[in-house]
Design a protein around this ligand. Structure first.
Ligand SMILES: [Zn+2]
Ligand SMILES: [Zn+2]
Length: 116
């Protein structure tokens, strides 16, 4: 996943999974799984776009959003721009499209190491 250098001037749209209704959470999870298992770039982009729409946030410029996978606090459910300059990818991606990424808040509070 490219880590493009971005300016901090833009307001990064985020939301929390818990802000969504149960039905919407399920739909969101399905789209994220679809993105994770997408065989083509088109499929991936479409699934990401649908996931962002479902979460109710605009798709970031990089076209990717992520659900916080922080190993240090099990209850973080922030949905954020996967290419946010302050987000922190860590660990293995398990061979799928999506890596594990900490949200900027978690990166700030308790940076995960790759030894997790
Ligand atoms: Zn987090
Ligand atoms: Zn955390």
């Amino acid at each position: 996943m490219g880590h493009a250098v971005m300016t901090h001037t833009q307001n990064q749209p985020t939301t929390h999974l818990a802000n969504l209704s149960t039905t919407t959470q399920n739909t969101f999870t399905q789209f994220m799984e679809q993105a994770d298992n997408a065989g083509t770039n088109d499929e991936y982009r479409t699934a990401m776009t649908c996931a962002a729409l479902t979460a109710g946030i605009p798709l970031p410029t990089g076209g990717e959003i992520a659900l916080c996978a922080c190993p240090n606090c099990w209850d973080c459910d922030q949905i954020f721009n996967a290419n946010h300059p302050d987000a922190h990818p860590f660990g293995e991606s398990d061979g799928y499209n999506l890596g594990r990424i900490q949200c900027p808040t978690c990166t700030d509070r308790h940076y995960a190491t790759d030894e997790q």
